[in-house]
Design a protein around this ligand. Structure first.
Ligand SMILES: Nc1nc2c(c(=O)[nH]1)N[C@H]1C(S)=C(S)[C@@H](COP(=O)(O)OP(=O)(O)OC[C@H]3O[C@@H](n4cnc5c(=O)[nH]c(N)nc54)[C@H](O)[C@@H]3O)O[C@H]1N2
Ligand SMILES: Nc1nc2c(c(=O)[nH]1)N[C@H]1C(S)=C(S)[C@@H](COP(=O)(O)OP(=O)(O)OC[C@H]3O[C@@H](n4cnc5c(=O)[nH]c(N)nc54)[C@H](O)[C@@H]3O)O[C@H]1N2
Ligand SMILES: [Mo]
Length: 762
C-alpha cells in the first residue's frame, strides 16, 4: 500500500526537491547511464530534442538544458526494463486490464512485434513482414472512410509527413491527433484573429518584454525550462500576473536547480506579482474586465487630454471590429464580470493598471483556456486585450500558446489534419500521382463518436493512448473492442493496447533518444517547438533491442503492404534515408522549409514564417480582428448557476506525462500516494456536509440518457474557488461526454465538466 498524504507544500518549484526527484527516477528505471548520455546533450545542437514538452530550445543552451520532467521523460524512455514475449505469455489482456496505468508502463519497453490471439486472449510474437502483410490485407478489406490514423504529437516531422501521405493514399483525411484534445482551440481562434495558427512570441521577446500575463498554464510541471526565462524577466523587474483557479507553485516561487547561489542560500525568485484565482471557465469575463478597465482608463485620459491608453495608431491602421468590441465592453456591466469571473472589479483594475503601463506585453496560456466549451472565445479574448495596446507584431510582445507534446505543432505544419483545406492536396497529387480524398476527415471527437456508433471499423495509432486520453472512456473502451482492426505503434504498454479489435497488432518502435540506423547510416529527425522553430534531433544511445523498427520504417512497411501500387511514393528509399523525406517536405512547402537540411542544424533551429509577427494579417479583413465573445462564461451553457453543480477541472500531476503516470507524488500540490482525489472548496464542503477525507462519487450533470459516475474518490479540502473542484486526468475522463467539447474546435472541455458530488453510498 502506498502511503497517502495531502498537506500543503511550502517549498518553491525547482530546488532540491527537483534534484531528488530526478535521482529517484534514474534509479527506478535501472538505466541511469543510458539516461545520462542523453541528458548531457538534451535540447542542444547535435543532441536530442526532449520528448517531454515543446518549449523552445535556445541557441545558447544552459550547461544542462533540461528540467526535472524532461529528465523523467528521458529516463522513462531509456529505461533498462523490457517486456517481451515471456511477459505476454504469462498474462491475458483481461488480466492486464486490471492493472493501473502506472503498472503497465512500468514494465518497461516493448521489444517485439505482437499479434493478439483471441483464443488465448494473449499477445503472441509475429514476424515484422508477416504483421505488415496481414495489416495490409485487413486495411484492404475495410472501407477507407471507416479507418482512422491517429497520431500523438511526438512523432517527428519526417514520420508525420509519411503518415499523412499513407492515410491520403489509402483514401481518407481521417487524421485525428492529440492536438484535437489540446491546442486545437488555438488553431481555430488565432487564424480568425490574427491570420496565423500559432503564437507570435520567440525567446528573444522574453528578454524585451515589460509585462507577462499568464492564463491557465502550469509552467512548474508542464514546461519547467520556461521558468528560466520567467526568472530572468522577474530579475529585470518585469511584472508577471497570473490567472488560475489553483495556486500553482511554479507560478508563485522558483529556485533554480542550476544556480549554485540560489541552491546554497535558499533564495527563491517570486514569479507572480499578482495572482488571481479566477473561476474555472471565468476567463472570458476576467478578460472582459481587463479590457473594460483599460477602456475606462483610456476614456479618462482622452477626456483629460492626456496620453491615450489604447494604441490609437495601431487600432486605426491594423485592426477591424474595434467599434463593435467597444460596444460589447460598454454594455457588459461590472456586476456580471465579477459574478462570472469570481474576481472583484478592484482586482481586475489592479491587473489592468499594470498591463496599461507596460510598453510591451506577452500573453501566455495553456489548457486552462483551450479546454472549455468556449475555449476558442477564451483565446480570442486574450488576443483582444493584446490588440488594444498594439501588443502583437512588435518586439517584446505577442501571444504565446504553450504547446504540449514535443512536435504537436510541427505535425500540423506537415499535413496532419482532418481538414482538407489545410493540407496541400493539389501539391501531393502532383508530386505523387494520385487523387487525394477531398472530403472532410474525422477529428478526435468524430472518431470517438464513430467508434461508439460502430461507423469506424479500423484504428491505427502512431503513439499515444487514445482510448485513455479521449473523453467518455466508459463508453469508448467497450466500443474499441468491437473494432475490426486495431494497430498500435508504441514504445510502452498502455491501456489502449489492451482493447483489441477483432484483429489486433502491437508494433514496438525506437524512441527519439535511440540511435536510428538505416540503409544510409545513422539518421537525424526534426521537430518544431512552441515558438515555431524547427530543430534537428539525434538519437544518442543504442536501441534497447535490435528487434525494434523506427517509426518511418514502420509507416513505410504499412504503406508498402497496402498502398504501394496506388501512388508514386518511394517508401523504402525514404525509410532508408530521412534526408529524402526532408527533401520531399521541402518540395511540398518550398517557402517554409527552404534549405531545410542545413538550417535545422543551426543552434536554435530555424523559424517558420509568421506574417502576424510582421503585422501582415492574413485574415478575412486583411487586418487583425477584434472578436466579440458569444457569452461571458466559457462553461456549458445553462450549467453556470445550477446550485448543486460544480465545475470540475481535470489536472496533470507533477509526476505524470499525460496518461503516463511516473509515480504518485504531485509534490507542488502536496498530494502524495494517491490520484483518487477531488479537491474541493471549504465552503462547498460545508454546504454538502462533507468532511476532509470522506469518500465521494462524482456524477456528470449533463443529461443525455447515459449516466456517468466516478467513485472511490477522497474529498480533500483545497484552495480552489467556490463552485469549482479538481481531480486527475485520465482517471476522471469517464465523466466527460464526447459531446461536451469546445465549439468550433472540438477540444473536449476537460477544464469545466459540470458535476454533482455524492457521499459514497448515497
Ligand atoms: N510534466 C509534464 N509536462 C507536460 C505534460 C504532462 O502531462 N506532464 N503534458 C504536455 C501536454 S500534451 C500539454 S497540452 C501541456 C499541458 O500543460 P498546461 O497547459 O499547463 O495544462 P494542464 O496541466 O492540464 O492545466 C493547466 C492549468 O490550467 C489551470 N486551469 C484550469 N481551468 C482553468 C480556467 O478555467 N482558467 C484558467 N485561467 N486556468 C485554468 C489549471 O489549474 C492548471 O494550472 O503540458 C505538456 N507538458
Ligand atoms: N480529462 C482530460 N483529458 C485530456 C487532457 C486533459 O487535460 N484532461 N489533456 C489532453 C491533451 S492536452 C493531450 S495532448 C492528450 C494526450 O493524448 P496522447 O498523446 O494520446 O497520450 P499520451 O499519454 O501522451 O501517450 C502515451 C503513450 O505514448 C506512447 N509513446 C511514447 N513515446 C512514443 C514514441 O516515441 N513513439 C510511439 N509510437 N509511441 C510513443 C507510449 O506507448 C505511451 O504509453 O490527452 C488529452 N486528454
Ligand atoms: Mo496536449
Amino acid at each position: 500500500m502506498r502511503q497517502e498524504k495531502i498537506v500543503p507544500y511550502r517549498g518553491p518549484a525547482g530546488g532540491w526537491g527537483s534534484a531528488r526527484a530526478v535521482a529517484k527516477i534514474l534509479v527506478h528505471e535501472k538505466g541511469a547511464a543510458r539516461a545520462a548520455d542523453v541528458l548531457a546533450n538534451q535540447n542542444k545542437p547535435g543532441g536530442m530534442a526532449c520528448v517531454s514538452c515543446a518549449w523552445a530550445k535556445p541557441a545558447q543552451p544552459h550547461a544542462l538544458e533540461f528540467c526535472e520532467n524532461g529528465a523523467k521523460a528521458t529516463a522513462w524512455e531509456t529505461t533498462g526494463k523490457t517486456v517481451d514475449a515471456r511477459f505476454f505469455a504469462a498474462h491475458t489482456l483481461a488480466e492486464l486490464r486490471g492493472w493501473s496505468d502506472h503498472a503497465l508502463e512500468d514494465e518497461g519497453r516493448l521489444t517485439e512485434p505482437l499479434r493478439w490471439d483471441p483464443e488465448r486472449d494473449k499477445y503472441v510474437p509475429v514476424d515484422w513482414q508477416q504483421a505488415f502483410a496481414e495489416i495490409g490485407r485487413a486495411l484492404d478489406e475495410l472501407e477507407p472512410a471507416g479507418v482512422v490514423f491517429y497520431t500523438s504529437g511526438r512523432a517527428s516531422l519526417e514520420t508525420s509527413y509519411m503518415y499523412q501521405l499513407l492515410a491520403r493514399v489509402y483514401g481518407n483525411n481521417n487524421l485525428p491527433d492529440s492536438s484535437n484534445m489540446c491546442h486545437e482551440s488555438t488553431s481555430i481562434a488565432l487564424p480568425q484573429s490574427i491570420g496565423v495558427p500559432v503564437g507570435t512570441v520567440t525567446l528573444e521577446d522574453f528578454g524585451q518584454t515589460d509585462c507577462i500575463l499568464f492564463f491557465g498554464q502550469n509552467v512548474g510541471s508542464n514546461s519547467p525550462r520556461m521558468l528560466h526565462v520567467l526568472q530572468a524577466a522577474r530579475q529585470r523587474g518585469v511584472p508577471i500576473i497570473t490567472f488560475n483557479p489553483l495556486r500553482e507553485r511554479g507560478l508563485e516561487r522558483f529556485r533554480n536547480p542550476q544556480s549554485p547561489a540560489q541552491m546554497a542560500t535558499g533564495q527563491d525568485t517570486d514569479i507572480s506579482v499578482q495572482y488571481h484565482q479566477v473561476r474555472a471557465g471565468g476567463d472570458i469575463a476576467a478578460l472582459a474586465g481587463l479590457c473594460k478597465a483599460v477602456l475606462e482608463a483610456d476614456d479618462a485620459a482622452a477626456q483629460a487630454g492626456a496620453a491615450r491608453v489604447v494604441d490609437t495608431g495601431f487600432l486605426a491602421e491594423h485592426t477591424a471590429g474595434y467599434e463593435a468590441y467597444l460596444r460589447f465592453l460598454r454594455e457588459t456591466g461590472w456586476e456580471a464580470i465579477e459574478h462570472r469571473s469570481g474576481l472583484s472589479r478592484k482586482a481586475l483594475q489592479d491587473a489592468a493598471g499594470v498591463y496599461a503601463q507596460a510598453r510591451r506585453a506577452i500573453g501566455i496560456y495553456g489548457m486552462g483556456l483551450t479546454q472549455h466549451v468556449e475555449g476558442v472565445a477564451n483565446v480570442q479574448m486574450l488576443v483582444n486585450l493584446l490588440l488594444m495596446r498594439g501588443n502583437i507584431g512588435k518586439p517584446g510582445a505577442g501571444v504565446c500558446p504553450v504547446r504540449g507534446r514535443s512536435n504537436v505543432q510541427g505535425q500540423r505544419t506537415v499535413g496532419i489534419t482532418e481538414n482538407p483545406e489545410l493540407a496541400p492536396l493539389d501539391r501531393l497529387a502532383e508530386l505523387y500521382g494520385f487523387e487525394p480524398p477531398r472530403s472532410h476527415g474525422l477529428n478526435t471527437v468524430a472518431t470517438c463518436e464513430g467508434i461508439i456508433a460502430g461507423r469506424v471499423r479500423g484504428f491505427v495509432g502512431l503513439g499515444g493512448n487514445f482510448a485513455r486520453a479521449a473523453p467518455d472512456t466508459g463508453a469508448l473502451e467497450p466500443a474499441f473492442r468491437r473494432l475490426e482492426l486495431t494497430v498500435h505503434v508504441a514504445t510502452k504498454l498502455n491501456r489502449s493496447h489492451l482493447l483489441p479489435g477483432r484483429r489486433a497488432y502491437l508494433l514496438p518502435c525506437l524512441g527519439r533518444s535511440e540511435i536510428d540506423r538505416q540503409a544510409s547510416g545513422a539518421q537525424t529527425v526534426s521537430v518544431e517547438d512552441s515558438t515555431g522553430c524547427i530543430h534537428a534531433s539525434e538519437g544518442q544511445v543504442e536501441p534497447i533491442a535490435d528487434t525494434l523498427m523506427s517509426e518511418p520504417a514502420i509507416v513505410a512497411g504499412l504503406a508498402q503492404a497496402c498502398v504501394a501500387d496506388r501512388a508514386d511514393v518511394p517508401w523504402a528509399q525514404w525509410a532508408g534515408d530521412y534526408r529524402e523525406v526532408r527533401a520531399a517536405i521541402e518540395r511540398t512547402w518550398p517557402t517554409v522549409f527552404a534549405d531545410y537540411e542545413q538550417r535545422m542544424r543551426r543552434p536554435g533551429g530555424f523559424p517558420r514564417p509568421n506574417p502576424a509577427r510582421e503585422r501582415r494579417w492574413e485574415t478575412d479583413t486583411g487586418r487583425a480582428n477584434f472578436i466579440v465573445p458569444p457569452r461571458l462564461s466559457a462553461v456549458a451553457a445553462g450549467t453556470e448557476d445550477m446550485p448543486d453543480v460544480l465545475q470540475l477541472l481535470t489536472l496533470r500531476s507533477n509526476d505524470q506525462f499525460n496518461t503516463t503516470v511516473y509515480g504518485y507524488e504531485d509534490r507542488f500540490r502536496g498530494i502524495v500516494g494517491t490520484r483518487q482525489v477531488v479537491l474541493l472548496n471549504r465552503m462547498d464542503m460545508q454546504r454538502m456536509g462533507l468532511a476532509d477525507g470522506d469518500e465521494v462519487e462524482l456524477e456528470t450533470a449533463l443529461e443525455d440518457g447515459r449516466p456517468r459516475r466516478a467513485g472511490g474518490l477522497r474529498a480533500a479540502e483545497y484552495d480552489v474557488p467556490p463552485g469549482c473542484c479538481a481531480g486527475y486526468y485520465p482517471e476522471l475522463n469517464v465523466l466527460i461526454p464526447v459531446s461536451h467539447h469546445a465549439r468550433h474546435s472540438g477540444v473536449p472541455a476537460a477544464k469545466s465538466v459540470p458535476v454533482r458530488v455524492h457521499p459514497a453510498g448515497r
